[in-house]
Design a protein around this ligand. Structure first.
Ligand code: UGA
Ligand code: MN
Length: 253
């Protein structure tokens, strides 16, 4: 089966570094199709050139988050959900462009996380919706599904909003392509309570926790980390500006 990894991305000082990191991971994954969706009105040169040089099979899309739903630099990051328009754009692309005969798995790979190669190996056998541990998220070191000795998902250890139907991060599940194609109404919604993005989406695909498949050796391994780059301080650029000097990266992408 082919892996379709959907990555929303937006312009900021660390964007290129994050995408290079992902590119170099994904180069090592066979049968992999990277769907990169820019949060931009038009494709940018930075992302266009990076993808051309990267060597991973890719599709470049764009979907601008409406300005009234976009986080301002001083907003707390939970004010609006992120990556919603972008993931939905990618789902529409998949539904319009991937043949029904194709075997595949869809995974939401945000641009700042860290992915082990074993993860993709494991995801490939997803029959409906698979789940697995995610490190460094939800205020704890490790969020994971609880799995019974016979391999059934019987609960979750999430501390934050544990009453969610599926209390997991975006990085903690994968979906079979056929299910994505069959349930064409499944999209990410803006109408959901904070933190319910994943649960609401998964709710369109299956009818209960008993249908979840435990991956990563029955959820005993960490194969993905919800890393986040710290916001870069560019106060030196402001000082230069006041002195009438150009930005330090003029001429660099
Ligand atoms: C957590 C989850 O890991 C995200 O998958 C989820 O979308 C988010 O919460 C949420 O509740 O909306 P967090 O690390 O806080 O994630 O989110 P980011 O990594 O900042 O954003 C998720 C994705 O959306 C990233 O790929 C990022 O590049 C993209 N994004 C972010 C945009 O496309 N536009 C933005 O303005 C901000
Ligand atoms: Mn993130």
């Amino acid at each position: 089966p082919m892996i379709y990894a959907i990555t929303p991305t937006y312009a900021r000082p660390v964007q290129k570094a994050e995408l290079i990191r992902l590119c170099h991971t994904f180069l090592l994954v066979p049968n992999f199709h990277w769907i990169v969706v820019e949060d931009a009105a038009e494709p940018t040169d930075l992302v266009t050139n990076l993808l051309k040089r990267c060597g991973v099979v890719y599709t470049q899309l764009k979907a601008l988050t409406p300005p009234e739903m976009k986080l301002k630099p001083r907003d707390p990051n939970w004010r609006y959900p992120r990556g919603v328009w972008q993931r939905n754009e990618a789902l529409t692309w998949i539904r319009n462009n991937v043949p029904v005969s194709r075997e595949g798995v869809v995974y939401f790979a945000d641009d700042d996380n860290t992915y082990s190669l074993e993860l993709f190996q494991d995801l490939r056998s997803t029959k409906a919706v698979s789940v697995f541990p995610v490190a460094l998220v939800g205020g704890v070191l490790l969020e994971k599904p609880e799995v019974s000795p016979d391999g059934r998902v019987i609960g979750f250890n999430a501390l934050w909003e544990p009453q969610r139907p599926y209390p997991i991060d975006m990085a903690g599940f994968a979906v079979n392509l056929q299910l994505i194609l069959a349930k064409s109404e499944a999209k990410f919604s803006l109408e959901v309570k904070r933190g319910y993005l994943e649960s609401e989406f998964i709710g369109h695909l299956i009818s209960g926790r008993e249908e979840l498949e435990a991956k990563a050796d029955l959820c005993t391994k960490v194969l993905v980390w919800h890393t986040r780059a710290e916001a870069i301080k560019t106060t030196g650029e402001n000082i230069r500006k006041r002195k009438g000097l150009p930005m330090t990266n003029v001429g660099f992408e």
